[in-house]
Design a protein around this ligand. Structure first.
Ligand SMILES: [Zn+2]
Ligand SMILES: [Zn+2]
Length: 230
């Protein structure tokens, strides 16, 4: 059953990794506080909470965008990321399906600039909670009329197209929070007028094994010429 596999991914990726991230954030600000005490970092920390949070999400999503794009464009990295794309039905749980090393590597790439720039502990905690919720929300089967907001923020429709194996959707819609990043970098899906929703999900070629352990082992077992994201 796909959902039982995804439940294991969910437990590992949300609870364990979420807890680890909050702990790292605590340590950075309490044990390694000297790292983030320059004038520039002080200035960042004095921005009001809400604008600082919006800025923090922008920096995080820029880092996330390029990390995510590398996972699609570098064949070796795709071996790990294809686990996330192997879900053939999209629902809130499917988004948790991710290779453990991908989760850790992406979080390091995203959190490092946040600490270097000096975002406050409260803002980074708020970001960690938001990213956990948005990871679930982006995959949920919720279709709402977003209007022009869909060009600004990532909606489930936007991210469902990222998971589509329809031709026009391959290697598109990388953003996790701010959809406008894909419009700026020219990677947004042009949704066909006759087809508002994707026809199929999953990896092209359907080569991912079933089961949590098999999926965690997949990148190490894959042949050197693992199928690239076509
Ligand atoms: Zn992807
Ligand atoms: Zn996804």
């Amino acid at each position: 059953m796909e959902w039982q596999t995804d439940l294991k991914h969910f437990a590992v990726n949300h609870f364990l990794v979420g807890l680890a991230l909050l702990t790292v954030n605590f340590l950075i600000h309490h044990a390694f506080g000297w790292l983030v005490r320059g004038d520039f970092q002080q200035a960042v920390q004095h921005i009001w909470f809400v604008p600082q949070l919006l800025l923090c999400i922008l920096v995080a999503d820029l880092a996330q965008y390029w990390t995510h794009r590398a996972y699609h464009e570098v064949p070796y990295l795709w071996r790990y990321h294809s686990v996330h794309h192997s879900a053939k039905t999209m629902d809130w749980l499917a988004g948790s399906r991710q290779h453990m090393l991908e989760v850790i590597f992406t979080r390091v790439c995203v959190l490092a600039p946040l600490f270097v720039l000096g975002f406050s502990e409260g803002v980074v905690n708020a970001y960690i909670i938001i990213v956990g919720f948005q990871a679930v929300f982006n995959h949920a089967n919720v279709h709402l009329p977003w209007g022009p907001l869909k060009y600004l923020i990532v909606t489930p429709d936007f991210h469902h197209w990222h998971h589509a194996s329809d031709d026009e959707a391959i290697d598109r819609n990388y953003a996790a929070h701010y959809a406008f990043l894909d419009y700026i970098f020219g990677t947004a899906v042009k949704v066909p007028a006759h087809k508002p929703f994707p026809e199929k999900y999953g990896v092209v070629g359907d080569y991912m094994p079933d089961g949590f352990v098999n999926q965690q082992m997949f990148p190490f077992r894959a042949k050197p010429a693992a199928p690239a994201p076509e």
